[in-house]
Design a protein around this ligand. Structure first.
Ligand code: M6R
Length: 366
C-alpha cells in the first residue's frame, strides 16, 4: 500500500508530479490559452465582477490560501483576504452577499472551516470550496467548487494536497484574470504552456532527495529552525516550518525575510539553521541582503535557489537547486525540497512521520 516507500508521506511527496498533472487534467488548454473549471462555470459572472474575495482555511490549507492571495491579486487584480477559519467564525466578520468566500480544505471535514462557511452563507456570501476528498461535508455545503484530485492523502502532514490546492488557486487566478481582462492572451498562453510542464519540473526537483538527506544529517539535532521567504515564497516558508515542526518536533518558524530584523534576528547564532527561499525572481536582491544579515551573525544558511545560481552559492552554507520557472510557479517547486527536508530530519530523529503525536488527519472538533 505504501508502494515500496518507507512511509506514506514519502510516497505522497513522490506522487506530486502525478497529482499536479491530475489536478490540471481537462482544465487547461495552453494552445488556445484557455482555462476551464467546470465546477465554477455558473459563477463566472460572479468571479468577473466581485469586489473582494475572502479565503478561509486552517493549517496547510491556510498557507495555500496565502499563495492564492498573491496569485489572485497579482493576475486578477481582486483584493483578497486570507483568514484562519477559527478566527473568522468568532469575530463578527463584515461580510455580505457581495462577497465571495473560498474555503480550502483537504479533508473537507474541518470543523472550523465548516463553521466559517455556514456563517458566511448566512450573511448571503457566495461560497466556493477547494477540497480533495470527493463528497466530503464541505463540498456539500458550498455553492460551487473545484476538487484538487490529488488522490487519498494518508500522511497526517499534508504534502500533495498542498501543491494541488496551489495548482487549483493558480487556475482560478488565471481563469478570473482572463475573464476580467487583467492578463493578455499572449501572456496567458505563455503561462499555461509553462504550467503544463510543471509536473516534469517537480519530477526534476525531486532529484535533490539525496542531497537534502545529507543536509538533514547536519541539522537533525537542531532545537530551532527559521524559514524565510518574500512574496509568494513567504507562505512557502510558513509551510516549510509547519512541516518540520509537526513531524520532527523541532521548533520552527516561518517569517517574511524582511521581518527578521524586527525580532527573530535576536535568535540567530551558530546553532540556528536558517532556510531561505532565494530563487531568481523579483525579490532576489533583497533576499540576498537578508542572507548577509544572517551570515554576519554566524547563522547557517540553507538556501533554495534557482538552477545555476552563483551569487547565493557563495554566501550560503548549503544550496538546494530547483528548476528555473516563472514567478507564479515558484511555490509549486520551492515546496518540494522543504517537504523532503522535514521528512528526512523526522526519520533521523526516530519520529512517527505518518502519524505525529497529538495530531489527527482531519480535525472535526474545534
Ligand atoms: O483537511 P484540511 O485541509 O481542512 O486540514 C487543515 C489542517 O488541519 C491541516 O492542513 C494540518 O495543518 C496538516 N496536518 C498540515 O500538514
Amino acid at each position: 500500500e505504501k508502494g515500496g516507500y518507507e512511509h506514506f508521506m514519502l510516497k505522497e511527496i513522490y506522487e506530486q508530479p502525478r497529482s499536479i498533472h491530475d489536478c490540471m487534467r481537462g482544465r487547461i488548454y495552453p494552445e488556445q490559452g484557455k482555462v476551464q473549471l467546470g465546477g465554477l462555470k455558473e459563477y463566472t459572472e460572479k468571479l468577473k465582477n466581485v469586489d473582494r474575495i475572502i479565503i478561509v482555511a486552517c493549517g496547510t490549507s491556510w498557507h495555500a490560501g496565502l499563495v492564492g492571495e498573491y496569485l489572485i491579486e497579482e493576475y486578477a487584480r481582486i483584493p483578497v483576504e486570507v483568514e484562519y477559519a477559527s478566527e473568522f467564525r468568532y469575530r463578527n466578520p463584515i461580510i455580505s452577499e457581495k462577497d465571495l468566500v473560498i474555503a480550502i480544505s483537504q479533508s473537507g471535514e474541518t470543523a472550523d472551516t465548516m463553521a466559517a462557511i455556514e456563517l458566511a452563507k448566512e450573511k448571503g456570501a457566495t461560497i466556493f470550496g477547494i477540497c480533495n476528498v470527493v463528497g466530503a461535508s464541505i463540498p456539500r455545503i458550498t455553492h460551487a467548487g473545484v476538487y484538487t484530485h490529488a488522490g487519498p492523502e494518508i500522511g497526517v502532514a499534508s504534502t500533495k494536497a498542498f501543491t494541488a490546492q496551489v495548482t487549483v488557486l493558480t487556475l482560478i487566478a488565471f481563469y478570473t484574470a482572463q475573464q476580467r481582462g487583467t492578463i493578455t492572451q499572449s501572456k496567458l498562453i505563455e503561462y499555461l504552456t509553462e504550467l503544463n510542464t510543471i509536473p516534469q519540473l517537480v519530477e526534476q526537483a525531486l532529484q535533490v532527495n539525496n542531497h537534502v538527506h545529507a543536509i538533514a544529517q547536519k541539522f537533525k539535532d537542531s532545537a530551532n529552525c527559521l524559514f524565510l521567504g518574500r512574496g509568494s515564497s513567504f507562505p512557502v516558508a510558513l509551510e516549510g516550518a509547519l512541516k518540520l515542526k509537526e513531524i520532527s518536533y523541532i521548533h520552527a518558524e516561518g517569517y517574511p525575510a524582511a521581518e527578521m530584523k524586527h525580532g527573530p534576528i535576536a535568535l540567530i547564532d551558530e546553532d540556528m539553521p536558517v532556510v531561505v527561499i532565494a530563487t531568481k525572481h523579483s525579490s532576489y536582491e533583497k533576499v540576498i541582503s537578508n542572507i548577509q544579515e544572517v551570515k554576519a551573525r554566524g547563522g547557517h544558511i540553507i538556501a533554495i535557489v534557482s538552477e545555476g545560481d552563483k551569487e547565493v552559492r557563495e554566501m550560503a552554507d548549503y544550496v538546494i537547486e530547483i528548476p528555473q520557472v516563472s514567478e507564479p510557479f515558484v511555490p509549486l517547486l520551492a515546496t518540494i525540497p522543504l517537504q523532503l527536508l522535514a521528512y528526512h530530519i523526522a526519520v533521523m530523529r526516530g519520529c512517527n512521520v505518518d502519524q505525529p503525536r497529538n495530531l489527527a488527519k482531519s480535525v472535526t472538533v474545534e
